[in-house]
Design a protein around this ligand. Sequence first.
Ligand code: ADP
Length: 477
Amino acid sequence: MNSILDTLKTFFKSIRFILFIVIMVVGILPVSLLKIYAVNMYRTAQIDNRQEKIYNMAYMIKNLIISTDYLNNSTSETVSVELEQLTSIYSGRIVIVDSSYTIIKDTYVVDEKKTCISENVLRCFDGEEIVDYDSENNNINIALLVTGNEDNDRGVIFFNFTTADIEENIVELNSILNGVLLVVFVILIGIALLFAGLFARPFKRMELEISSIKTGNFDEKITSTGYTEVVKIGDSFNHMLERLEELDASRQEFVSDVSHELKTPITSIKVLADSLLTQEDVPAEVYREFFADIVEEIDRENQIITDLLNLVKMDKKSDSLVITSVDINELVERVLKRLKPIAAEKNIELVLESFRPVVAEVDEVKLTMIVSNLVENAIKYNVMDGWVRVSLNADLKYFYVKIQDSGIGIPEESQKKIFERFYRVDKARSRETGGTGLGLAITNNAVLIHNGEIKLHSVEGEGTTFTVRIPLARPKK
Ligand code: ADP
């Protein structure tokens, strides 16, 4: 019981935890993706914008170079100022190469007068315009062909501008967004806890109800409402509690029946012994007579204990069966032979009718007990000069043992209870015949663990028929 409760509690806790995680993931994932998307969009927009501005400026400078004939006379103040301004505003470098591949202007100065025959220069002289963003080094590269009126008026201008400032802005933007994300994260934890709590409320309620069911208090029930699953778990749990309640009640009833049955012979023994003790000068015959009664009561007590032990053994699972291939005809004959003297006491005719040889996979000891108990009852609850007919038959799957008697019969209202422990139709008669009221309960259990069935037909005053049906073979596991 406790382990079931613990399992359910762990189950409910897991549900809450899973809900929490789901809400967190569902909340955090889109927000994080949105942040990444926003930063990338910002970067692209900034770079595109910068590129466009530089490109426009580059065109403006290109035209200026042509109009001032800068390629042939690189002393134009206007060009130098424009170049200075552009490179200082956007932090970059501008290099101008003339038709003889000589660098006539480098805003970094270092490469002036040097020769530059790079792939880009050649591509540009071929008429290609280069506009390119190097994302690895954060550089915007633009190369334009400058063409004047003369052939030697050709040149190339290189613009190399860094976008490091944009990247710095992005780092700043990232840290701001991370801060926002942290706040969103904290809010989400709150929302997740709240929703997980709300979603799991019916489970939590059930968990509390289950915890409040104290061990052994099976009459308490849980009133589960909410999701269908919760109601189903609640119903199953209540069903289990009902079963436990029934089991508990039947266990208590059994203990009280056993105590009562065991007490009866002891009370008789005490009464007999007391009356001997309180009398003086009791004659030896009376002593003998009383002691004979005491021995009888002790035998009875012994019989009850033996039957109880048999019953307990029989309550075990079918694993306890010792299955062998048994000749049933021979088994029944042996039982009848053993009971013949008891039948003779009442002049009861004992007849065996065997329709075919039957060999079955059964527990020999338990099957002997089944047949013995039924035939013994047929003799015990019979009339003087009556008869008991035992017949044995079989089909392809089962064998049948039928025990018919001409006895007193069993009243209809008792027929349902006849297999209950300690149930006797006539207590006094059963006691007289040494019955304990356990024989049929043991027999029924023994038949059941053989996967068999026992049926009863009885008419009061006419007789009783018990039919036992048992499979010929054990099912393969
Ligand atoms: P007991 O030890 O009292 O015989 P059982 O469990 O074997 O206990 O039987 C229960 C009761 O069923 C008996 O007390 C008796 O009243 C009734 N009973 C059993 N078998 C027969 C029978 N063949 N004919 C009439 N009554 C029977």
